[in-house]
Design a protein around this ligand. Structure first.
Ligand SMILES: NC(=O)c1ccc[n+]([C@@H]2O[C@H](COP(=O)([O-])OP(=O)(O)OC[C@H]3O[C@@H](n4cnc5c(N)ncnc54)[C@H](O)[C@@H]3O)[C@@H](O)[C@H]2O)c1
Length: 455
């Protein structure tokens, strides 16, 4: 049997795979053995729980530009009220506003805000600024992971050039990057940081391995390795877009059923008995995720000459719900001949969702302002929200105790203490004619038909 001759190929191209300044797995071992530090940049709703969890296994530098916040964190107080002071105990974490300390880190995680501007376009200012800060202290062998929600391509097209320009280091030769979206749901005590599978991605095979190892050390649910950074970036926006589209559909249906005098909740309950019907409900889409992230993909699509008609329309439908509710109430006030006097409205709950203190991008606040614009007197109650913050951001007063009788009460945000209130509770602030507008639409059975309204 003749053996197959070996082919000597002198013309084969020599491939120089990039060599990082750090040996395989060495950085992970050094982080694990606390020879090296990790830094979390941005200590908000996402960054703080992440930093504190990481600090159960690694030595963490928690850096934020907000000095007030850092002062509170040093005293184990979480301004976002997501963490209890006991959760800071026995954690290897040092909070700082001093950016120079970042030079002591080799693994960075960025969790700064990625909001939209007045034109509803991505505002990357905090992300670029945080990236520039890290770039000043970047060293050979470092790895930077981004957690902020962005459009596909942002990490490599926006952040990497900043890191390279300021550090004068070479991407994937001297340093690597990764992207790992955060999927926590504020106020959700079941799906917490360690219980949610973490999507991870890296700019090289080694960095993907390193990033996966780091997250696996703290996330019980494990990790999902995305093949490319832009896949991980896309997955995050898609998760929120899917919710936006489904809620948008319910909001449109609710408006159609409104014209037909059919209760939407009753329809959804009936349709929901089919095995493959998905349970979504109409409502106001606020906060800084579902109502913001779709604009990131919309912008990127348009940049690539694709007009995302469905996504844009859904955004319009969901944003339009404020005007729709205000109009529905106005009609009802007219029918009840309330308009001959100053109409007063009590709004229960102002935060962007139930059981959180976060009032950013609160659609209920926008509804209050819309009602004020229409000439109604609006009084807000919310035991979760910070009254000064509400006043500063929206110019609205929070009045916790009042014996005033209102013409309408809006059940806007279902905080635990509001959820179970019955009609007689509301009668303390109203009469038998007081209109009850239940935005969530699940309290129909508690109120007389004549006064009850919902989406
Ligand atoms: N909050 C959520 O539920 C949630 C869930 C998933 C993803 N996200 C995404 O995570 C990111 C962070 O969101 P968040 O809710 O934690 O925001 P946040 O506003 O609560 O916290 C961000 C923190 O970053 C700090 N910061 C801003 N610029 C900085 C800079 N240049 N250097 C250092 N610190 C800086 C701020 O002071 C603030 O403390 C966003 O992209 C958001 O879309 C948020």
């Amino acid at each position: 049997m003749s053996s197959i001759p070996k082919i000597k190929n002198d013309h084969a191209p020599v491939i120089n795979f990039p060599k990082l300044a750090y040996k395989k797995n060495q950085l992970f071992n050094d982080l694990k053995n606390k020879k090296e530090n990790m830094a979390v940049v941005g200590l908000g709703y996402v960054g703080l729980p992440l930093a504190v969890h990481m600090a159960s296994k690694f030595k963490v530098i928690g850096y934020d530009v907000n000095a007030d916040k850092v002062m509170q964190l040093m005293q184990h107080k979480d301004p976002c009220e997501e963490l209890h002071s006991s959760e800071f105990k026995n954690k290897d974490i040092a909070f700082t506003v001093n950016e120079k300390i970042l030079k002591d880190a080799k693994f960075y995680i960025v969790a700064v805000p990625t909001p939209i501007n007045e034109l509803k376009k991505p505002n990357l200012t905090p992300l670029k600024s945080a990236t520039a800060t890290i770039a000043k202290y970047l060293k050979k062998g470092d790895c930077v992971v981004f957690e902020s929600t962005v459009f596909p391509g942002c990490t490599e097209e926006v952040c990497v050039p900043i890191l390279e320009r300021i550090s004068r280091l070479k991407f994937n030769k001297d340093f690597t990057v990764g992207y790992s979206p955060e999927r926590i749901n504020p106020g959700d005590t079941k799906h917490t940081f360690t219980k949610i599978k973490k999507i991870v991605s890296g700019s090289t095979d080694e960095s993907l391995e390193l990033i996966a190892n780091v997250y696996e050390a703290v996330v019980e649910a494990g990790v999902h390795k995305a093949p490319e950074i832009k896949v991980a970036e896309s997955a995050k926006v898609v998760e929120n877009i899917q919710r936006d589209v489904n809620i948008g559909l319910m909001n449109e249906l609710s408006q159609i059923f409104g014209t037909l005098n059919i209760n939407t909740k009753d329809v959804l309950e009936a349709a929901g008995t089919k095995w493959n019907f998905h349970n979504y409900y109409p409502g106001l889409v606020g906060g800084h995720c579902i109502g913001v992230d779709p604009y990131y993909l919309i912008e990127k699509a348009k940049e690539n000459k694709y007009t995302p008609m469905l996504l844009e329309q859904v955004r319009e439908v969901n944003e339009g719900m404020i005007g729709y509710i205000a109009l529905q109430l106005e009609r009802q006030f007219f029918n009840k001949r309330f308009l001959s006097k100053e109409v007063s409205v009590l709004v229960k709950g102002i935060t962007f969702k139930e059981n959180v203190n976060d009032i950013r991008n609160s659609k209920t606040a926008e509804l209050c302002l819309e009602l004020q614009k229409r000439g109604y007197r609006v009084v807000v109650q919310d035991y979760m929200a910070n009254p000064e913050e509400v006043k500063r951001r929206y110019g609205l007063e929070i009045v916790e105790n009042t014996s005033e009788e209102f013409d309408a009460i809006i059940l806007a945000v279902d905080h635990e203490d509001y959820r179970h209130l019955a009609h007689y509770d509301y009668l303390k602030n109203g009469t038998k004619d007081t209109i009850i507008y239940d935005i969530k639409g699940d309290k129909k059975d508690r109120f007389p038909k004549e006064v009850y309204m919902s989406l």
